[in-house]
Design a protein around this ligand. Structure first.
Ligand SMILES: Cc1cc2nc3c(=O)[nH]c(=O)nc-3n(C[C@H](O)[C@H](O)[C@H](O)COP(=O)(O)OP(=O)(O)OC[C@H]3O[C@@H](n4cnc5c(N)ncnc54)[C@H](O)[C@@H]3O)c2cc1C
Length: 597
């Protein structure tokens, strides 16, 4: 049976040692309560909930899926009860404003809980995950009244939230959306239209669902400049309870490749009562709060599938006896050696491990930036916002691509058994596949990174990060133990800027060059970014070893994994660098009519 054990030592290493969370929290106003003891206690409780309550429901959710019956959705056995426990434990309110019933803890602590929840059971974790995005959106853009009525109920977990963007004819290109919003005399709006693929759009886990919906006002400008954002509750609030049913119903749920435990809904809005969030026609700007939360949330999904794949591949690789080691028998009492002796199997395990642990460092770093963007003084906030804008598409796309790769390695480690449902490895692949599609596909994240963030800022947004990498490399340039890491990292950091210039120059002649280079540019950026975090982890581990530690094996494993990353994963940058410079011509030369004869 597949299982999940929260990697507490790994989490603490990144949080406390590499990213110095104690210093981080002490520097932020309002984070005084986040003392190390308190944070550790929260994480340990979260780990118990993830391991004991959610992990056992992961396969149940996959096998049973959600059941649709005449507009209602029944979630898999145990999902509703687990949600009840989650609410009773106060988890939905962790990082939200005390003014609305929240516990006021920093977002970065919530991220760690989300990692454990999501790795134990991604489908289940999406229900509170979507609510979290709805809460952030209302916190930032809602009126006081909207916050009092809706936010408090979301924060308590009594109600859940959704994000309603996609329509059947538009997912990526939201400028095409058609859902209408007609103003009413009482200041409300009548919302009509149909949304598809809405995660957690209908379910039986909470008494009300608050849909955050993009729609168009009459006479709104065409395209993305004419989109507004609305709250549309499933049931109209009545005092502290729920009243009449609103005009939004679930038309059906999708039968899909993975995440079966999460309901993916068609939602039909028929003169549903809605309320405007933020200014008219600025809906997409407001929705970016939701989308950025969701993008980092999806980056976490990449980490979750890599970690889960690794945890469940490792014991199998130690147990399964096949063939002998090339250098002679290692398990002389047995009929064969465990497959972990074979270099090719180790390659898969170490790849999973390196992506999971490197991904964790990148995401926790981003989560600290979210804390700063919310709480720090003006200058630091600006800097954090800019860095976050640059790193978000990298984290989202690179970590989901590598998470999927890691999940696939899980199947391969198990051989034919990996293809059989019982072991859970094929579920991990199916569940992981969506992460590269929703919240902006890999291709769209790549265009966002190269086109909107890097080239439109004349390379400034890239410099914001490469400066940090440069500083780190310089600081450790004379440290012999760090040379194998900082020398290649410094070279790649420099090359990153040069490649950007080259692609940028070509793009001035032909805009197709941006689209042709973008995905390889993003993957290159991801490998270099993770190399920086692996170098930091190696440095921290080396420091502990130099100072003397009772955990020598742990820190040595860190340095060894960093060496693996630099030797066997970072060289993938060579192919990406070459491909991104190969130009658009070979992609665009073939006439659309000549793809097949
Ligand atoms: C299980 C599931 C859950 C979802 N949950 C939600 C949800 O909760 N809320 C919500 O609103 N939506 C949700 N979605 C929708 C999801 O976000 C979209 O499916 C996704 O954004 C892609 O849009 P699309 O399917 O319309 O594909 P399209 O936009 O039609 O794209 C098709 C292909 O073309 C590529 N492409 C398009 N334009 C470009 C371009 N300019 N350059 C390069 N490539 C391009 C895309 O990368 C993709 O490969 C969900 C989808 C699924 C399957």
């Amino acid at each position: 049976m597949p299982d999940y054990k929260a990697p507490l030592r790994e989490i603490q290493f990144v949080m406390n040692e590499v990213l110095e969370s104690e210093k981080h929290y002490a520097s932020l106003p309002g984070c005084e309560d986040a003392t190390p003891d308190m944070v550790n206690a929260i994480i340990e409780e979260g780990a118990k909930f993830a391991e004991r309550v959610l992990a056992p429901l992961n396969q149940v959710g996959d096998q049973e899926g959600c059941q649709f019956n005449d507009g209602d959705v029944k979630t898999p056995t145990g999902f509703k009860e687990a949600y009840q426990q989650y609410v009773e434990g106060g988890w939905p309110s962790l990082s939200h404003d005390p003014a609305h019933g929240g516990q006021g803890l920093p977002e970065s602590i919530g991220t760690i809980i989300s990692e454990m929840v999501g790795t134990a059971n991604w489908s289940w974790g999406m229900y509170p995950g979507l609510s979290h995005g709805a809460m952030n959106t209302l916190s930032e853009h809602g009126t006081d009244e909207q916050k009092a009525v809706y936010l408090t109920k979301l924060v308590s977990g009594e109600w859940t939230g959704t994000m309603c963007l996609t329509e059947s004819h538009c997912g990526t290109d939201l400028g095409l959306l058609r859902t209408k919003a007609e103003p009413q005399a009482d200041g409300s709006y009548k919302i009509s239209g149909s949304k598809i693929f809405i995660s957690a759009g209908e379910h039986d886990m909470a008494e009300n669902i608050i849909h955050i919906v993009l729609a168009r006002l009459p006479d709104a400008p065409a395209g993305t400049k004419g989109i507004s954002l609305f709250i549309v509750p499933k049931f109209m609030p009545q005092g502290d309870a729920v009243g009449a049913r609103n005009g939004v119903v679930c038309g059906s749920i999708e039968h899909k490749m993975g995440i079966h435990g999460n309901a993916t809904c068609v939602l039909n809005f028929d003169d549903a009562t809605g309320y405007l969030i933020g200014p008219p026609n600025k809906g997409l700007n407001c929705m970016f709060t939701f989308m950025n939360t969701a993008r980092l949330g999806t980056a976490l999904q990449g980490l979750a599938h890599a970690e889960w794949g690794f945890q469940n591949s490792l014991p199998y690789a130690k147990d399964r006896l096949q063939m002998r080691s090339l250098t002679g028998a290692k398990n002389t009492d047995g009929a064969a050696d465990p497959i972990i002796v074979h270099p090719a199997v180790r390659n898969m395990l170490l790849t999973q491990k390196a992506f999971a642990e490197g991904g964790r460092a990148l995401i926790y770093f981003c989560a600290q930036l979210v804390d700063k963007a919310k709480l720090a003084g003006a200058d630091e906030k600006l800097e954090a916002d800019a860095l976050l804008a640059f790193l978000t598409p990298i984290a989202k796309a690179f970590l989901t691509e590598t998470g999927f790769e890691s999940a696939n390695h899980g199947v391969q480690v198990y051989g034919g058994h990996g293809y059989i449902a019982e072991w859970g490895m094929e579920q991990n692949v199916r569940d992981a596949r969506i992460s590269m599609l929703y919240e902006g596909t890999t291709q769209i994240q790549a265009l966002d990174l190269l086109g909107r963030k890097v080239l439109m800022s004349q390379g400034e947004s890239l410099k914001g990060f490469t400066k940090i990498v440069h500083k780190f490399c310089k600081e450790h340039a004379n440290n012999d133990a760090m040379k194998p890491f900082v020398e290649p990292l410094a070279t790649l950091n420099h090359e990153w800027g040069e490649l950007t210039m080259k692609v940028g120059m070509k793009a001035m002649q032909d805009r197709e060059e941006v689209g042709a280079a973008a995905v390889d540019y993003l993957m290159y950026s991801g490998y270099v970014t993770l190399a920086y975090f692996w170098a930091r982890m190696a440095q921290q581990a080396q420091l502990a070893l130099d100072q003397g530690t009772s955990e020598e094996a742990f820190y040595k494993a860190k340095v060894t994994t960093a060496r693996f990353y630099f030797a066997r994963l970072l060289p993938r940058t060579r192919a990406h660098a070459e491909i991104m410079q190969s130009g658009a011509e070979s992609l665009m030369a073939l006439d659309t009519e000549h793809f097949v004869f």
